[in-house]
Design a protein around this ligand. Structure first.
Ligand code: IPM
Ligand code: MN
Length: 376
């Protein structure tokens, strides 16, 4: 049967440890039930607590340690909360979120995939009944763009201060991202039970997002690359939206979208909006991947942050983390069918559970665990 695959669990800060407790317990249960060749390791870092003890969010060799795993699940990083505790240990965002950006960059996890599919029972904020059909995948550039951390502050603190924040877009990163979006669009069309119909009867679509009317340099690079790659995928319908118009259309008619490919910042913003279309941040999973390198572990995380306002109160919905865990297991499935079955089982349990009102972090975990135990 071969070797054991290793999963790193990084609870992090705020509601992270609470939702990770649930994920950890269910993962153990899945491992037992399906006799999965998997082992989970829980890490006390990156976290505020680790910083408090060691003066840094994670050990120097943190990324190197994690690189040896087969998959990584992160809870959340940031203000540990609860907000009504003025004594809590808080760090600047640039420090506390550093490990997330470091992992994405140093592991070269250049594609961030954020599926947004409305599941029956999830809160539905749009009144239009077609909002039940929302099923999109936002693919966000995850290695450069607006998050390149280039720039600086000149004459800081004076009335003449100048701040620059330079965006970097390379042909290489643009090309690989857009190509990946088309590959995913084709794959989704293949795997879909009920076919979808886009322009000219095509079964898949990729929508490119830019702000090329105001930011033509990278906008044109994206547009030209998109056109060149689209020509290689004649079976996939294409269109383009400016990011501001895309926000409107996500609310007016989100069911019309399939795969969306966007820059780092645009993808970040659009995926919070997409999360709400599917019931809210408590239900939105994500994957940070290097689709070109099967040996690099992917990093999975709920789209939500550390939610300090509700930290420690048993109010965080663990299902975004559990859906992220299901995605993690799914990436290991190609060589391990049993792991694929477990991923499907976990996904189905969560989908069924959505019909119950949310009653608490721990209660949700217990209910899912009982259902898993009861399933034949
Ligand atoms: C996300 C988050 C991060 C991002 C923050 C915490 C830096 O908002 O994963 O969506 O913007 O990438
Ligand atoms: Mn975000």
């Amino acid at each position: 049967m071969g070797q054991t695959l290793n999963i790193a669990l990084l609870p992090g800060d705020g509601i992270g440890p609470e939702v990770m407790d649930v994920a950890d317990a269910l993962l153990e249960q899945l491992i037992q039930r399906y006799q999965l060749p998997l082992a989970a390791t829980l890490f006390p870092w990156p976290s505020h607590a680790w910083y408090q003890q060691h003066g840094q969010m994670m050990p120097e060799d943190g990324v190197a340690q994690l690189r040896r795993f087969d998959g990584i699940l992160l809870g959340a990083l940031g203000d540990p909360g609860p907000l009504d505790d003025p004594e809590r240990f808080v760090l600047s965002d640039s420090i506390s979120l550093g490990p997330l950006l470091a992992l994405r960059k140093q592991l070269d996890l250049w594609a961030c995939e954020r599926p947004a599919r409305w599941l029956a029972g999830a809160p539905q904020y749009l009144a239009d009944p077609r909002a039940k059909d929302v099923d999109m995948l936002v693919i966000r550039e995850n290695s450069e763009g607006e998050y390149s951390n280039q720039g600086g502050r000149l004459r800081a603190g004076t009335a003449d201060e100048i701040a620059t924040q330079v965006e970097v877009f390379t042909a290489t990163a643009t090309e690989r991202l857009i190509r990946h979006a088309f590959e995913r669009a084709e794959e989704r069309a293949r795997l879909r039970n009920t076919p979808r119909q886009f322009k000219d009867g095509k079964a898949a679509q990729v929508c490119l997002i830019t702000k090329r009317n105001a930011q033509p340099f990278w906008g044109d690079l994206y547009t030209e690359t998109f056109a060149r790659i689209a020509a290689l995928y004649p079976e996939v319908d294409t269109h383009h939206e400016l990011v501001d118009a895309a926000c409107m259309k996500f609310v007016q008619s989100p069911w019309q979208f399939d795969v969306i490919v966007a820059s780092n910042l645009h993808g970040d913003i659009l995926t919070d909006l997409a999360a709400v279309l599917c019931g809210g941040p408590g239900l939105a999973p994500s994957a940070n991947l290097n689709p070109a390198d099967a040996d690099t572990p992917a990093l999975f995380e709920p789209v939500h942050g550390s939610a300090p306002d509700i930290a420690g109160k048993n109010l965080a919905d663990p299902r975004a983390t559990l859906l992220s865990l299901a995605m993690l297991l799914d990436t290991l499935a190609p060589n391990h069918p049993a792991i694929g079955n477990a991923a499907q089982h976990l996904h189905d349990l969560i989908a069924e559970d959505l019909r119950q009102p949310f009653t608490g972090t721990r209660e949700t975990g217990q209910r899912l665990s009982q259902r898993m135990a009861a399933a034949v």
